[in-house]
Design a protein around this ligand. Structure first.
Ligand code: HEM
Length: 301
């Protein structure tokens, strides 16, 4: 059900408006910031927040809660450490706000959220499940994309030659995003629980045991990838596990790809050259490879 709502044919209706909003954002950033700016805040964080909440059908109030909520959720997937403690004081408030957004009444009537409720009316899921599925989009769909886009911009700013490749062939935008997701793996790790005893590479994982999968490591496995540490638009990155693998593989990957494709295409039209203008700063989240700042220098057209 959710896979259909977020599948490429269902996203076609969004492409034109997302492309227009990407062009608008890039034009505004270039006009306002000039040639040196923090690409994390102005582009990677700004673009998903412009398009994704509207696509879900969220109301205008309280959207500033989305990133702190995601921060909290992705810390909670990891060990109970200081990062989890630091979020504890806002947990009830942020969770309460997110839950309130997931009811049928709070959601606009043309977004992913409304489509999930229509599926519940058809009996594809129960009315109790519907708000939880909407919530899964708000949990998994914002920070991942923000840091995935930051990874892509970082990849290009640190490899200006690859930017020239993209400018000559903007249709490589999708490949570029997947290659950046492989290279940086914004979601570094994910758990699985063995549903029966299984043998993996000679070790038995007993039923009920948890396994931590290091997606970032698999994505640079030298047995699978030639020169794995290189960000390279010439390679075919399909088969990377940055979106997971199997029946739980990321259901929002086409949404993320469309965001990346529209933003990169808009940038490729306006920006002749991009490079790092200082040391990027990481932000610590227990499970995401994330960013605090990405200083870049550009030459606009
Ligand atoms: C660069 C952006 C993204 C990355 C790197 C990413 C990565 C992942 C990963 C690694 C998983 C776990 C897959 C597994 O267990 O095998 C996952 C699951 C999921 N993702 Fe994403 N994701 C991204 C964007 C999104 C977006 C935009 C949405 C919502 C529209 C989304 C919604 C979900 C949901 C709901 C799940 C759970 C699927 C399930 O358990 O069946 N993700 N994602």
């Amino acid at each position: 059900m959710l896979r259909e709502i977020l599948a490429p044919p269902a996203l076609r209706r969004l492409r034109e408006s997302w492309q227009a909003r990407a062009e608008e954002l890039v034009a505004m950033v270039v006009a306002r910031e000039g040639t040196e700016f923090d690409a994390f805040t102005t582009l990677a964080a700004a673009f998903p927040l412009r398009v994704f909440p509207d696509a879900v059908g969220l109301g205008p109030e309280g959207r500033e809660n989305l990133l702190p909520y995601g921060n909290m959720a992705f810390n909670a997937f990891g060990p109970r450490n200081g990062l989890v403690e630091a979020d504890a004081s806002r947990m009830a408030e942020l969770s309460g706000w997110v839950s309130a957004q997931c009811t049928r009444e709070s959601l606009g009537d043309d977004g992913f959220g409304a489509r999930i409720w229509v599926a519940a009316d058809r009996g594809d899921l129960t009315p109790e499940q519907a708000p939880l599925v909407v919530r899964s989009l708000l949990t998994a769909g914002v920070d991942t994309t923000v840091h995935g886009l930051a990874a892509t911009l970082y990849a290009f700013a640190s490899h200006p030659d690859q930017w020239q490749r993209l400018r000559k062939r903007p249709e490589l935008a999708r490949v570029a995003f997947d290659e950046a997701v492989r290279w940086q793996s914004p979601v570094q790790t994910f758990f699985r629980t063995a549903s029966s005893d299984v043998t993996v590479a000679g070790s038995v994982i007993p039923e009920g045991h948890k396994i931590l999968m290091f997606l970032g490591s698999a994505n640079r496995d030298p047995d699978r990838w030639a020169d794995p540490d290189r960000f390279d638009l010439g390679r075919d990155p399909s088969g990377h596990v940055g979106f997971g693998m199997g029946i739980h593989q990321c259901v929002g990957q086409h949404v993320a790809r469309l965001e990346a494709e529209t933003l990169l295409t808009a940038l490729a039209r306006r920006v002749e050259h991009i490079e790092l203008a200082g040391e990027p700063r990481r932000h610590l989240i227990n499970t995401l490879r994330s960013w605090a700042a990405l200083p870049v220098r550009i030459r606009p057209r």
